[in-house]
Design a protein around this ligand. Structure first.
Ligand SMILES: [Zn+2]
Length: 155
């Protein structure tokens, strides 16, 4: 509880806790939160944590993240724990679940991949080979995807 109090309490919204230290800005990007236009977002970085050493915590007001949005975070914050806050109380707790196939989450980085053929559109499908260390390959062409590429190619 004391850890959570470091961030101003919110009335309604989503708290994403246990983000690996330094990854919070990537989380904001992956969730496609436009910080210039969105509801208030508060961010605390480098908080000591028993679970992950040091962590970042993100609070997004007046927005409840869906499981689908959360699963994107598995790439950069697999141990994140999420609380949906309604009327100052935790209404739901959610965890991030890294799927074995990332369908239409990010596109393949290989420019000649079959998925780049506009005439016969295929869903983007990236396969998670290993979680730690993260290894992700395109289902179609087999190209390994760097984490930076995945983030650049988020759909
Ligand atoms: Zn590919």
């Amino acid at each position: 509880m004391s850890e959570m109090r470091r961030v101003t309490a919110i009335k309604n919204g989503t708290v994403v806790d246990h983000i690996p230290s330094g990854n919070a800005l990537m989380v904001i990007r992956m969730l496609r939160i436009d910080v210039s236009r969105s509801t208030p977002v508060s961010l605390v970085m480098n908080v000591p944590s028993d679970k992950v050493g040091r962590k970042d915590v993100l609070k997004i007001e007046d927005r409840e993240l869906s499981q689908e949005e959360l699963d994107r975070l598995a790439l950069i914050a697999p141990a994140a724990s999420i609380a949906i806050i309604r009327n100052h109380a935790v209404a739901e707790k959610l965890v991030v679940d890294l799927p074995s196939d990332l369908i239409n989450i990010a596109s393949c980085s290989f420019s000649n991949c079959i998925t780049k053929n506009d005439r016969e559109p295929l869903p983007q499908r990236l396969r998670v080979i290993s979680q730690d260390p993260l290894e992700v390959r395109c289902y179609y062409c087999g190209k390994g995807q760097e984490i930076s590429e995945l983030i650049d190619n988020i759909l």
